[in-house]
Design a protein around this ligand. Structure first.
Ligand code: SAM
Length: 281
């Protein structure tokens, strides 16, 4: 039984972190003409009106997209400015922040005619919302399990593959299941670019995922973490956002470091970004 709904968290600091990396990676991939299959294993709704009851309950966007939006005129980093321009373009009314775009929206932006996008969503209500979104014809929405769906789709027919795995981690076992799926996927698509998001929680469950990947023999795993605040003994809930990029495009680390140097001051004094290889080449 799935209970997580991303609308409660839409536009929070973790979304900013995840979607900025997603935007940077897809921009790099567009430098070559060969076709790409994008797979989003946990798609969510696709677009989140901020005024909904769910999003208004926690208003997490106030510690995420909102401060960046308010400072958008002062941003000079090209990656961050491009990303913010995309957020502006996602708004139905120009210059008013009323919606936050989810990963299906971010992944549909770079689609060229010969690319494909497969969006998996297992929650019936969330899938219905996703179905209601206007997406290009290359995007196919699948009501089903994203990890099993990814495994079944490999190898893909296009020369290149780009995957986002962004589970809700409602079950502890998901950390290991994600690691097993990634290891298997890379056996079928060695050069695929695979992004895996994970939460930083006081319980530290993400170490299961990180260690399983480190011990698997998979190489070229880059790790980026955005901390909203340093954890203390009193910390409850998510204090940071992590993203792994396996087979990252060359130069991603530097581009993201300069963008994040402009992001963190907007998120508060304690916010910081750290990135390094988790497993080198
Ligand atoms: N990727 C989205 C974004 O960036 O906008 C947010 C995804 S949200 C963190 C996780 C989503 O995965 C939820 O909508 C949930 O219903 C869905 N989900 C949970 N388990 C799933 C599974 N096994 N397969 C596909 N979707 C699943």
């Amino acid at each position: 039984m799935l209970s997580y709904q991303h609308a409660y968290h839409a536009g929070n600091f973790a979304d900013v972190h995840k979607h900025l990396i997603l935007y940077a990676v897809t921009n790099y991939l567009l430098r070559k003409k060969t076709a790409i299959t994008y797979i989003d294993t946990h798609a969510g709704r696709g677009l989140y009106p901020l005024a909904t009851k769910e999003t208004q309950r926690l208003q997490e966007y106030r510690e995420g997209i909102l401060p960046l939006w308010q400072a958008r005129e002062q941003r000079s980093d090209p990656l961050l400015s491009g990303w913010l321009s995309a957020v502006i373009a996602a708004q139905p009314v120009a210059q008013e922040l009323t919606h936050y775009p989810g990963s299906p929206w971010w992944l549909s932006q770079p689609l060229r005619e010969h690319d494909r996008l497969r969006l998996f969503e297992l929650h019936p209500g969330e899938h219905q919302h996703l179905n209601a979104q206007a997406l290009p014809p290359q995007a196919q929405r699948i009501y089903g399990d994203g990890l099993a769906g990814l495994t079944a789709m490999l190898p893909v027919a296009t020369p290149r593959l780009c995957v986002l795995i962004d589970p809700s981690f409602e079950r502890k076992a998901e950390y290991q299941e994600v690691a097993d799926t990634v290891i298997h996927a890379l056996e079928k698509a060695r050069h695929g670019v695979v992004m895996v998001w994970y939460p930083l929680l006081p319980a530290g469950h993400h170490h299961v995922l990180l260690n399983a990947l480190k011990n698997s023999g998979v190489r070229k795993i880059w790790r980026s973490e955005l901390l909203l605040r340093a954890p203390t003994e009193q910390t409850h809930g998510m204090y940071g956002s992590g993203m792994l990029v396996i087979n990252p495009p060359w130069g991603l680390d530097e581009r993201l470091a300069t963008a994040m140097a402009e992001v963190t001051p907007c998120l508060g004094e304690e916010s910081r970004h750290e990135a390094q290889w988790w497993v080198e080449e």
